[in-house]
Write a protein that binds this ligand. Sequence first.
Ligand SMILES: Cc1cc2nc3c(=O)[nH]c(=O)nc-3n(C[C@H](O)[C@H](O)[C@H](O)COP(=O)(O)OP(=O)(O)OC[C@H]3O[C@@H](n4cnc5c(N)ncnc54)[C@H](O)[C@@H]3O)c2cc1C
Length: 552
Amino acid sequence: MNATHEVMNQSTPFVDVNLFDSDRALRDALAFNLPNYDAQAMWALGAEAGSAQAAEHARLANVHAPELRTHDRFGHRVDQVAFHPSYHALLGGALRHGLHGAPWSRPAGAHILRAAGFIVYTQAEPSVLCPVSMSYAVTPALRANAPLYDAWSTRIASTQYDGRFAPMPRKTAVTLGMGMTEKQGGSDVRANTTRAEPDGDDAWGRRVRITGHKWFMSAPMCDAFLVLAKSANGLSCYFLPRWRLDESINVLRIQRLKDKLGNKANASSEVEFDGSSAWLVGEEGRGVPQILAMGAITRLDCALGTAGLMRQALALAMHHCAQRSAFGRKLIAQPLMKNVLADLALESEAATALALRLARAVDHTENGNDASGHEALLRRVLTPIAKFWICKRGSAFAQEAMECLGGNGYVEEHGEGAMARVYREMPLNSIWEGAGNIMALDLLRALRTGPVGDALMHELTPARAHHAGFDRVAESLPARIDGATDEADARRLARDVALAVQAALLKQHAPAEVFDTFCASRFGDVGGGGAFGLLSARAPLDALIARASPHG
Ligand SMILES: Cc1cc2nc3c(=O)[nH]c(=O)nc-3n(C[C@H](O)[C@H](O)[C@H](O)COP(=O)(O)OP(=O)(O)OC[C@H]3O[C@@H](n4cnc5c(N)ncnc54)[C@H](O)[C@@H]3O)c2cc1C
């Protein structure tokens, strides 16, 4: 009892909830894509990510943002970033659970399990997953330089995080970053001006000296970066470590840290190279296709990350609405709030389904488990689809979930700031590694690269003849994916393919009411613009809410 009033009708902290166990949609999607998954590993990850300790680490890592130290007290350049211990604790957890480069040296299924883990761990704190995701993406590209890969791969796959600034041989594990974007162009990397001059050969292969800059280079405390630079033979990919082969410090001038909308716990920097040592990865002049291959992997992570953030926002909203009363009833019992929560639950489950299906396509193509080539085609087309649609829905989703909490949702300290952080994080997944238009254009390119359309239509088969609205959209697709789509119509096509694939997946691993309501609301004439809560009043709202509830 306060002196002036009794504090009541506020919800409790959403902590000490197993974020895997309490996510029925994720468990069903994972079981569909990887029937014999390691449930114990996922359970342990879910418990850790949902713990009160993880929530406190996330709060501290965001409140105490990284600090750039360009020089030491004597005036020497040091170019280091200091992070709060909580950031290191969270990043260490992500490595311990193998969310970084580890799946590349593990047996079939590892990428799917890692994808589910990524969805869960994002809910602890997405900022640390930036270097984790880049390490995951850079690892396979490094195979194009065998001596380098041999020298670094053990530490790339190591689960024993080592945050020290030290040469690779003296560390237990390393993390990797990527530097493509320059001031004059990000999506169009052909505009890059950073250059590479030959500098001989050594045990790591062909060495160059790189001079120029990157306008965005996140997680600059990583141990090495894959950077794009122009050699005499065109744009090429180079491996640029913080320490050279002889264990001297390489030149990497961190000019500034970006002052970002969100993603506060992670450092994103502007850097300059000045004769910096780097080693060629792959063929000279083939930098663009190599970067695109890496981009395809980080785009998967953008989709996974957004699916995770959606689930987090939904769980926070449901947790609050189950405890908070207004006008004589719990919010979760108010018919209109039920509609909003049920609609968010549909969107969240559909995002999880699509992102994990893409992860299965990655797993099968990487592990030689794709004799028919179907998974490779599907991977090519689902990457831009999932990145475009899931990320595009993310911001609207976060806003609606935040609104379920009323004014509390807009306040930093509610839920340890989690809802505000989710809201700020959402646009990032949509922008980086190819913003919406770039993804929609990539879809058009994908459709021109072989029988991708056939693979897509095959994927829709399980849901055919179950819902008239779904059938109508599915039947319209062959003509539109036949290369006839106008560039200006690419977003509409991307949306329609995404919805159709999501529906087909829900048909296979969600209860009938989820599939039926998803089709009725996404293919019917209910169209809601950016708003949620426009399901039919006759929709099975209670069943949808019960399935999505984080409390069973
Ligand atoms: C927090 C953060 C961290 C980042 N970290 C990294 C990093 O570690 N490494 C790195 O290399 N980069 C990083 N980036 C950069 C990011 O990948 C780029 O910002 C992104 O790829 C977009 O490039 P751009 O900013 O140059 O925008 P532009 O390429 O100028 O695009 C601007 C807009 O134009 C649209 N557009 C572009 N071309 C077309 C077209 N042909 N038709 C229609 N529309 C088009 C785009 O979709 C976009 O909406 C980071 C960005 C952020 C915000």
